[in-house]
Design a protein around this ligand. Structure first.
Ligand code: ADP
Ligand code: ADP
Length: 221
């Protein structure tokens, strides 16, 4: 299994933001993590990355424990946070080279070029991130998440705030990027799950309320 979560919980005082959830994700699949605002999606995504310490339970990526094996996890995991804080005053190439260097990638310049092409940015354009539209900024966000060729990709509300044209393009891009990875994608939009995902987990008030393939989900309607 590429993602293995057991009894994962995060409490903030009395509040159980995530309440002992368990699930798995298979290699090469896109798993939707669907739920309303405040359900515990972002908290779960942050625990999967290892950046947020669980109150209890474990999360493993390709067998590596996100708390115990943080170096390995950082290498095999790519993360697009909700409302990605990008360094908007940097040029796209400059920013991605900076990210590539934090991973100490060999051939960093080549990785930057290939990644720029992979996410559909124009390698001939030299623009500051602040000059890009929201859709193109999101491509930069995806680029920083995949530049080190991670096995597991964690996307937190990757299409929120995009207009319909950008939405279609970014969904298409995520589908393509997901082909050789395991992707977990959080969203509050059912159509997003239907458009993109192989399986879905529905979370509400910190608890998993359903776990199904998309075919099963559609047949229930
Ligand atoms: P979602 O991503 O599904 O909208 P979150 O994971 O962001 O939900 O939040 C789940 C619950 O935990 C919410 O009620 C939220 O207010 C609460 N929460 C999240 N982060 C914190 C925090 N740092 N401190 C206190 N409460 C938090
Ligand atoms: P929108 O789809 O929001 O109308 P535009 O096509 O007008 O976006 O482009 C918004 C910004 O993104 C402009 O600065 C534009 O030059 C830039 N941009 C457009 N296409 C690319 C591309 N392939 N690579 C990098 N930047 C681009």
């Amino acid at each position: 299994m590429s993602i293995q979560v057991k009894g994962l919980a995060k409490h903030y005082g009395q509040q159980k933001a995530v309440d002992e959830i368990s699930f798995e994700a298979k290699p090469g699949k896109i798993l939707g993590f669907l739920g309303p605002n405040g359900a515990g999606k972002s908290t779960t995504m942050k625990m999967l990355t290892g950046y947020l310490k669980p109150t209890s339970g474990t999360a493993k990526l390709c067998g590596f424990d996100t708390q115990m094996d943080s170096l390995e996890v950082r290498r095999i995991m790519g993360y697009l946070p909700e409302n990605t804080p990008l360094y908007t005053d940097m040029y796209v190439q400059e920013f991605l080279l900076f990210v590539a260097n934090t991973y100490q990638l060999k051939d960093a310049a080549l990785r930057v070029k290939e990644t720029i092409e992979k996410v559909g940015l124009d390698p001939e354009q030299h623009k500051k991130i602040s000059m890009l539209s929201k859709g193109y900024r999101q491509r930069v966000g995806l680029a920083q998440a995949i530049i080190h060729q991670p096995k597991v990709l964690i996307l937190d509300e990757p299409t929120s705030g995009l207009d319909p044209n950008q939405l279609t393009d970014i969904r298409e891009l995520i589908k393509n990027l997901g082909k050789d990875k395991t992707v977990i994608l959080s969203t509050h939009i059912m159509q997003e799950v239907e458009a993109l995902c192989d399986e879905v987990i529905i979370i509400n008030k910190g608890k998993i309320v359903a776990n199904a393939t998309i075919t099963e989900l559609k047949n229930e309607h």
